[in-house]
Design a protein around this ligand. Structure first.
Ligand SMILES: [Zn+2]
Length: 259
């Protein structure tokens, strides 16, 4: 008999956008560990971004913990949030945050509009991830997803960071193939307009669970709080084996984060 998998790791949510009651609900439905990622909140100052990082580590990690979810944190300069002044200083300070064992990855970083400045900040953060031996959780935009992902992957390939340390998140059916071809992980984000649980199930039955994870991106905009638990049910309903489900929902995320 298939035991229902009731334990998930979410590699991409935003705890600062999730009220305590909702964190408790997530824990109840089986979210055991979660990476709260530094977010896109529009262009801000370097000081505002540092406050955001400090809040994630100092406030929101504790909120996750209190809700019964193992708190993990990813910090980076999001492509939509590169400050006009002080970016160098931010990148200089970023490594010090990794003294805290809960800070486990760089994220979210990536390309949004795809400007030269975005590319420069992305490449420097990929280098930093390689130097710190940390994985990177990479955002891909809705607009021009295919073109931006292509460019992003070529920057990954020319960086010192091994592609197996990169999670390309919010993939489409097309960019899924591209990301995995170069050896990156693919994040299927289960939100309306991104990935449907049934499509995720079909993809996993076809390709196996290697380097595939499911992410929710909850806490940013209008989203389905229970995206991940519902997806887990959909995977079971689609007849995916216990082992496959355990790998995408539990073992895969931890393997991605492991040093
Ligand atoms: Zn996000």
């Amino acid at each position: 008999m298939l035991a229902s998998i009731r334990m998930f790791v979410d590699l991409h949510l935003h705890a600062d956008g999730i009220p305590d009651a909702d964190l408790a609900t997530l824990a109840y439905f089986g979210v055991k560990a979660a990476v709260t990622c530094a977010r896109d909140a529009g262009a801000g100052s370097a000081a505002a971004l540092r406050r955001h990082w400090d809040d994630l580590v100092g406030v929101h990690a504790q909120r996750l913990q209190r809700a019964g979810i193992r708190p993990l944190v990813a910090l980076a300069v999001h492509p939509s949030r590169i400050p006009w002044h002080g970016a160098d200083d931010l990148l200089h300070r970023l490594p010090h945050y990794f003294d805290d064992p809960r800070v486990v990855a760089l994220g979210e970083l990536g390309l949004d509009e795809g400007s030269e400045r975005e590319e420069d900040i992305l490449s420097r953060q990929l280098e930093l991830a390689a130097r710190l031996r940390r994985p990177a959780i990479v955002h891909t935009p809705d607009r021009e997803k295919l073109a931006r992902t292509r460019r992003l992957l070529s920057l990954v390939k020319s960086s010192p960071l091994d592609p197996s340390r990169v999670l390309v998140d919010h993939v489409s059916a097309e960019t899924f193939t591209l990301a995995r071809r170069v050896g990156c992980w693919a994040g299927l984000t289960l939100q309306p307009g991104l990935f449907e649980a049934q499509d995720a199930a079909a993809l996993i039955s076809k390709h196996g669970a290697d380097r595939i994870v499911l992410t929710s991106d909850i806490g940013e905009g209008a989203t389905d709080l229970l995206a991940l638990p519902k997806a887990a049910e959909a995977l079971q309903a689609a007849g995916l084996s216990d082992e496959l489900r355990r790998r995408v929902l539990w073992e895969g995320p931890f393997a991605f984060l492991s040093p």
